[in-house]
Write a protein that binds this ligand. Sequence first.
Ligand code: UFG
Length: 352
Amino acid sequence: MLVTGGLGFVGSHVCVALAEAGYDIVALDNLANARLSVLARLREIAGRRISFVRADVRDGRALAQVFRRRPVAAVLHFAGLKAVHESVAQPLEYYDTNVGGTLTLLRAMRQHDVRRLVFSSSCTVYGAPESLPLTETHPLRPANPYGRTKMIAEGLIADCAAAWPELKYALLRYFNPVGAHPSGRIGEDPLGVPNNLFPYIAQVAVGRRAKLNVWGGDYDTQDGTGVRDYIHVMDLAAGHVAALARLESQPESFTVNLGTGRGYSVLEVVKTFERVCGRPIPYEIRERRAGDLAQSWADATLAERLLGWRARYGLEDMCRDAWRWQSLNPDGYPERPVSAAETRRRRSRRRS
Ligand code: UFG
């Protein structure tokens, strides 16, 4: 298997699940938002060799080299940019990486006759829910450039499969992935101030931040705070293995939500996290964050029907594993990501 973005948050957990299921893995990552130290930890948890190629998914030559050197039966494509607010400020980077990267990958797959693709999509393709729970047939009206890049990449994959029928794909629309591997060795380590709720709460709990800003207390929800369908990253990883197994046994393409089918409010998450970590999480209710939805959760029944998969972990498990990761690694992974330019500079300094 080729796993693009294999050292990122979701990609690394999927590598573990794939290794446990007996697959050989080549992880490809440009380390723009991932750390090389993930690799050693992955190998330690997975207990088998995981090959690594440092390359950008937009680099067609690097992809061709991977496909030429070893047999690749399927690609799991995670490499991409994922911050909604950043996508508003930097649309070109988002289209280039998310759409351009998928295009380059598809071209290389076609050239080397690699016929299975599992794509990391997002519930953000739906935009504001017209009805809940969100089913896969809900109209696609993403409200930001990030969501549009995911929607376009989905369409690109489907168009390629129409022209090249041997290509079979799974589009997996994630809800809110959280938690960490139960070992506490790999987890989510965002750069700078976390945008997302779980890493922010975890950093408050561990003492890196003073308090949580709760964005909005006046939504039309049970306690006024936003409601989301949080899904444990280990459940998400298992969903990928199930999707791959389905593509292998019944070669037809499909699109499914990966969520738990139930939503929790920000305050419910805060209370559960406090209970699990045994520390108070100070918070302050602030103005709503621009672009946020009141609530979103999945209809997860299609995934169960197609894949025989359903989420096993509840909110307490998600908080417990996020806390274990954060408390064992208070500052995240030991090193910061190093840009490709910096690596070149270091190499030439060593040579001279
Ligand atoms: N929240 C806070 N304080 C914070 C961070 C978040 O109160 O510091 C709240 C948000 O307002 C929201 C909930 O916590 O109600 C979840 O927010 P996240 O930022 O964790 O997640 P979002 O649902 O906003 O965004 C996630 C992904 C996006 C994806 C989107 C799809 O991060 O990549 O789901 O709906 F596009």
